[in-house]
Design a protein. Structure first.
Length: 398
């Protein structure tokens, strides 16, 4: 059993990680190149998430420094009262215990997500994908060096070098205590974990995010939000996959033509419903099932919709529960949309690309949860805790 490390030790380990990541920057990038060279898949988004360059190392360093600067999330008093029998009752935040993070391709998870879980007082089990093995092993080596410098056990961060069969066996019958599992990856990985896990799982679900261009939209804003959401980072779960255009939008035909032209400059494949597929450079999709799909690619679906109410219904039927945005100058319509769309983040005249722990003021994120328990949306440091009751008495009995 690992006794909770003091906040001073946790912060010191995190700051040491920043030093070690800088010291080993070139080695880490070289290890990552081995992973990139060995990757033989054709998934553009996975390759993008796999890559570690100087900018990515800078992000890792900034993440652990920021974590070290944040308040301790453990032991925060949430509620207290004095019992009529004299007992003093407190409810305080507490660490989960052991958090297993299962993830694909992204070596930065080995720093950022592990760092959040570590700062929250948890032991970390990491199960990365084989495509990022060399990168991950190097980062875990740095974790162990940082822990040992402050006389903390290397068991606080443990890497599980399991194949798929071994991972399934561990999920079904863990050989050590696991209190929480966080899968980070595509729908296949998430389904695999949900099917076999025997402890609570935080689902960091699919994106499949929507933008609704309302009849009273500012068309310049609509254009910018759609292009940014679709093309800025196709591997991100906060990217845009679907656009709904109000059939009563003034200058609709001109706007749609301009949108298609702009998307084509980024080589985006455009699919449309019966109304939109009549435009040049748009193919008609074959089945409404495409509305369910998350693309993680240069691909988008555009359709017409009759009203805000219909847009809400469509998004609630097909989206992944992640993010959605309305473009409108009508604040009442925006309010209706935002209150009734069932996604973790809702936007008015802004890009869905901001659904990210760092962008939403958390400093970083363990995952973006599309579940409603125990936390929805980006899960930051202050969310990766459970709670515990502390009762102080002097012999009270019931």
């Amino acid at each position: 059993m690992n006794i909770l490390l003091s906040i001073e030790t946790r912060n010191a380990v995190l700051l040491k990680m920043a030093v070690l990541l800088e010291r080993e920057r070139e080695v880490l990038i070289a290890n990552n190149k081995k992973d990139l060279d060995a990757y033989n898949g054709d998934d553009v988004s996975m390759y993008d998430r796999l890559k570690v360059d100087n900018a990515k190392v800078d992000e890792m360093i900034n993440a652990v420094k920021h974590l070290a600067s944040q308040d301790d999330p453990v032991g925060v008093e949430r509620f207290s009262f004095k019992h009529e029998n004299g007992m003093q009752v407190y409810n305080k935040t507490a660490s989960f215990g052991t958090v297993l993070i299962i993830y694909e391709s992204r070596p930065d998870v080995t720093v950022e997500a592990a760092g959040i879980a570590f700062k929250s007082g948890n032991k970390i089990l990491l199960k990365g994908g084989k495509e990022s093995l060399q990168s991950n092993l190097k980062i875990v080596e740095l974790w162990h060096e940082a822990l040992q410098e402050f006389k903390a056990s290397s068991q606080w961060v443990e890497y599980l070098q399991f194949n798929r069969t071994e991972t399934q066996a561990f999920l079904e019958k863990p050989t050590q205590k696991v209190d929480l599992i966080v899968p980070r990856g595509g729908e296949r990985l998430i389904k695999f974990v949900k099917t076999h896990a025997t402890c609570p799982v935080i689902i960091s679900g699919r994106g499949n995010n929507f933008v609704y261009v309302h009849a009273e939209a500012d068309l310049d804003i609509a254009m910018d939000v759609i292009i940014n959401g679709k093309t800025a980072k196709i591997s991100a779960c906060n990217a845009v996959d679907k656009v709904l255009i109000d059939e009563n939008l003034p200058n609709k035909e001109t706007f749609v033509k301009n949108l298609i032209s702009k998307l084509k400059t980024y080589n985006v494949e455009i699919l449309g419903d019966a109304a939109i597929s009549q435009f040049d450079d748009v193919d008609a999709f074959k089945s409404d099932a495409i509305w369910y799909e998350e693309f993680l690619d240069y691909k988008i679906v555009i359709g017409e919709i009759e009203s805000t109410t219909d847009a809400i219904a469509k998004i609630n039927t097909y989206s992944g529960g992640h993010s959605s945005s309305i473009i409108s100058k009508n604040n009442d319509e925006a309010k209706t949309f935002m209150e009734n769309v069932d996604t973790a983040a809702v936007y008015h005249n802004a890009s869905t690309r901001f659904t990210d722990g760092g962008q939403l003021g958390l400093g970083g994120e363990l995952a973006i949860s599309t579940d409603k328990l125990h936390q929805r949306g980006p899960i930051g440091l202050q969310h990766l805790v459970t709670n515990k009751w502390y009762i102080h008495g002097n012999g009270q009995i019931r």
